[in-house]
Design a protein around this ligand. Structure first.
Ligand code: GLN
Length: 509
């Protein structure tokens, strides 16, 4: 791995700001690394020219004596669910291309190019980050393994036969493989935290409303949040400080002041009360993950946190509640892909508009997206609305109340992030229910709108049937309390023998 790409985001930005390294050099190193790790399938689009031009402009401004932003020259990748002016945006779907048969990164594919940047993308550019490409994802962020990408799956750098998790799998791979220092993903029910956990990087799901959703392709609007991934807590904290904050273009974005997350990384965990919800440690959790998660929590106790057990009785309803509400919202959000306004238009056998809709949506959407649109439409339909959608909304409130009660006595909840380490590609693909169950630990925080993050806690022991694989600890806190998550996560990170985890063949020699 090349030297500059080994630095943390604050370290690299300092080097670029002080002129010790140029943004162009860093961008070239990142592009070379993307090329080298191409087979992992992390990227749907690489912005070679645009990123080099942006880097040269940053270097030229420095040469003129201008001061640079807090992400000066830092190579960042962006989940392809976020709109970008200088690169196509597909959401991992064929319906946002004009020629679905063409390879995604060819100009023939005619992928949709939005006429604006998402607010978070604008903010990264304003901080002088260099956006090197758009990352692979499950189609419209629906999935937990990246296998629902309409183009190709992303692969876990710890074992390319395994999934990196999803739906922001490409983002996690781009960070874990050392191609970029940070990435933005989106988390509707775990899609930043879970792939971060499976790939051994840090992933943050901000509280609902903390980060603007303007320019994020909508999946389930009451749950969607953009969140950063990076190799360490300080890097993730800096990214969150840049992207967070109210936005007049997203009426759900909060006016609550953005916290000093990077500073919080140095404040230690002493005095924080950490609750361990027993419902997150029941059957179905891999024994080695259980043991390591408990050991990590005990270590936080030794560092001065007060530990206690808490009760969150509605946890078991998270999966069914989420999969009703998220699909209901998705069925409405995805109605905009109708062959008229964006991307694909298929004419169908008869030239009437309904045939055109049917042909476009039939050809443009993959099977998981169709399954969810049908499920969501059913849950919202007259006669079933009260039994499914309205009931699920009530259970959502009960889940939220579990969190409110817990946060009366603790500051943080500590749990596993996934019941199993990275699973094999194909293992759950034909069993949607078992794929949904893999989200059991991430969904409740999304339903409650609270914040959460994943911090890597080491790797499993290598076994004859699988190599060592990353493990992550999930920390959750009340809405707008991200700073305490950074305090606890960074306290753990500082104690760990290896500050960042690296896949074996990528370790510095
Ligand atoms: N895995 C969950 C799903 O399939 C969460 C996805 C997400 O957070 N975007 O819906």
């Amino acid at each position: 791995m090349s030297g500059v790409l080994d630095l943390s985001i604050p370290e690299l930005a300092d080097q670029v700001r002080s002129g010790r390294v140029s943004a162009e050099e860093v961008t070239l190193a990142s592009l070379a690394r993307i090329q080298q790790t191409h087979d992992l399938g992390a990227f749907l689009h690489v912005s070679r020219e645009a990123s080099l031009n942006a880097a040269r402009r940053i270097d030229a401004r420095r040469a003129r004596g201008e001061s640079l932003g807090v992400l000066a020259g830092v190579p960042i990748s962006i989940k392809d669910a976020l709109c970008t002016l200088d690169a196509p945006t597909t959401g991992g779907s064929r319906i946002l291309t004009r020629q679905p048969e063409a390879a995604i990164d060819s100009s023939e594919a005619g992928a949709w190019c939005p006429p604006y940047d998402a607010t978070v993308v604008e903010r990264l550019r304003a901080a002088d980050a260099v956006l090197v490409g758009k990352t692979n994802m499950d189609e419209f962020a629906m999935g937990s393994s990246n296998e629902n990408s309409a183009f190709f799956p992303a692969r876990n750098p710890w074992d390319p036969e395994r999934t990196p998790g999803g739906s922001s799998g490409g983002s996690a791979v781009s960070v874990a493989s050392g191609a970029v220092l940070g990435s933005l993903g989106s988390d509707t029910g775990g899609s930043v935290r879970q792939p971060a956990g499976l790939c051994g990087v840090v992933g943050v799901k901000p509280s609902y409303g903390r980060v603007s959703r303007y320019g994020l392709l909508a999946f389930a609007s009451s749950l969607d949040q953009v969140g950063p991934m990076a190799r360490d807590l300080r890097s993730a904290a800096r990214l969150l400080e840049v992207i967070a904050g109210s936005d007049p273009r997203d009426s759900t974005s909060t006016r609550a002041p953005v916290g000093a997350y990077e500073r919080a990384c140095g404040e230690g965990v002493r005095g924080l009360r950490i609750g361990v919800p027993r419902q997150y440690f029941e059957d179905g959790l891999d024994p080695e993950l259980r043991e390591s998660t408990e050991a990590a929590i005990a270590a936080l106790g030794k560092l001065g946190a007060e530990l206690s057990e808490v009760d969150m009785p509605h946890t078991k309803y998270g999966v069914s509640t989420y999969y009703l509400l998220a699909t209901a919202e998705a069925s409405s959000n995805l109605s905009r892909y109708d062959g008229v306004r964006f991307g694909l238009r298929a004419n169908g056998a008869t030239p009437d508009i309904h045939a055109m809709y049917r042909a476009t949506r039939g050809r443009g959407f993959g099977s998981e997206v169709k399954r969810r649109i049908m499920l969501g439409t059913y849950a919202l339909s007259a006669g079933y609305y009260d039994a499914y959608y309205a009931k699920a909304q009530k259970v959502r409130t009960l889940i939220l109340q579990d969190f409110e009660r817990a946060f009366q006595s603790v500051d943080i909840l500590a749990t596993p992030i996934s019941p199993v380490p990275a699973f094999r590609l194909g293992e759950k693909l034909h069993d949607p229910l078992s794929m949904y169950l893999a989200d059991i630990y991430t969904l409740p925080a999304s339903l409650a709108g609270v914040c959460g993050l994943t911090v890597p806690i080491g790797t499993t022991r290598a076994r004859p049937d699988r190599p060592a694989l990353p493990m992550g600890l999930q920390l959750m806190a009340a809405a707008q309390a991200e700073a305490v998550l950074f305090r606890a996560g960074a306290a753990w990170e500082a104690e760990r023998p290896q500050r960042v985890l690296r896949p074996p063949e990528l370790s510095p020699t």
